[in-house]
Write a new protein. Structure first.
Length: 299
């Protein structure tokens, strides 16, 4: 009888241990938000949890109306690249979660880092943006989305990171309303640094549109040889400055963790793209920018 009870106790303990392992680890902030301005991005940085070994979050905006990237690293994170990918959600909820977070290790300290190449505070749209072919509608929707993003940012209270094997870490960010307003101001100053007048960009009614699918500029031969050998895959973001003549005046790769050769081939191909130029209400064609992402995947 004692043996039976001991086995039951052991099983109960194992079950309780497994259940507790799935309980979210909730981390409070260590410091206020820090906004970093650079030519290529606006970054929000904050640390959570143990001050001696914090879990860090970086939200990066590559430009106005261009979505964001996110990286969470160090501290409470424990997963390895061989275990799968990470998922992130904004709480209490925008209706969206973002899968495919690439797990790697930081150069310094070899801490776990999870990177998402595209996250957004916008709720899931009922209309597929690929189906919106009218430039006027695209621009109107872009402007309307800014107001939606403001409301959603103000409603966020936390960011939930789910590691492989369902390990959950919750970062208590508090409302993102004010800090996202700081990011928007940073974005405007960025545009001036790119040689674009923010006031003119505000007046654009027709955004620049590529005359062909940008992915069609690439072929299988463009996949970097070393990346094929090592099995590397990547999503590379690039900013294109599109002139009033519709030609690409400048291409800047923006992805920090793209691997050998990816960034070079992206700009070599995208620089050949041709666009219908951006226009003001009176038909004046003006320079503008667009940010695109090219996904390199090995079948």
């Amino acid at each position: 009888m004692r043996l039976f009870l001991s086995l039951c106790s052991a099983a109960a303990l194992a079950f309780a241990s497994a259940a507790s392992a799935r309980e979210p680890l909730v981390l409070a902030p260590v410091k206020p938000w820090n906004l970093h301005y650079s030519e290529n991005s606006c970054q929000l940085f904050r640390s959570f949890g143990d001050p001696a070994n914090p879990t860090n979050m970086v939200l990066e905006s590559l430009g106005p109306d261009s979505g964001m990237t996110m990286m969470v690293f160090g501290g409470a994170l424990t997963s390895k690249s061989t275990q799968g990918t990470g998922k992130v959600s904004f709480l209490p909820g925008t209706g969206r979660s973002f899968d495919g977070g690439k797990i790697s290790a930081t150069t310094k300290g070899k801490q776990t880092a999870i990177y998402w190449s595209g996250v957004s505070l916008l709720p899931e749209s009922e209309e597929d943006p690929k189906e919106v072919v009218d430039r006027a509608r695209q621009r109107a929707r872009q402007i309307a989305d800014r107001e939606v993003e403001k409301r959603m940012a103000a409603s966020v209270t936390a960011v939930q990171v789910t590691e492989p094997r369902e390990r959950v870490v919750v970062l208590q960010t508090g409302s993102l309303g004010k800090v996202m307003e700081m990011v928007r101001q940073c974005n405007r100053e960025q545009m001036a640094g790119w040689g674009l007048d923010p006031a003119v960009q505000d007046k654009i009614v027709l955004g620049a549109k590529a005359t062909r699918n940008l992915a069609s500029l690439f072929s299988d031969n463009d996949y970097p040889t070393e990346a094929i050998r090592s099995g590397d895959m990547s999503v590379v973001a690039a900013r294109l400055i599109v002139g009033a003549d519709g030609k690409v005046a400048r291409c800047t790769p923006l992805t920090p963790f793209s691997g050998e050769g990816f960034k070079e081939v992206v700009c070599a191909r995208l620089s050949k793209a041709v666009f219908e130029p951006a226009e003001l209400a009176d038909g004046t064609k003006v320079p503008t920018f667009t940010i695109t992402r090219i996904d390199f995947r090995i079948p």
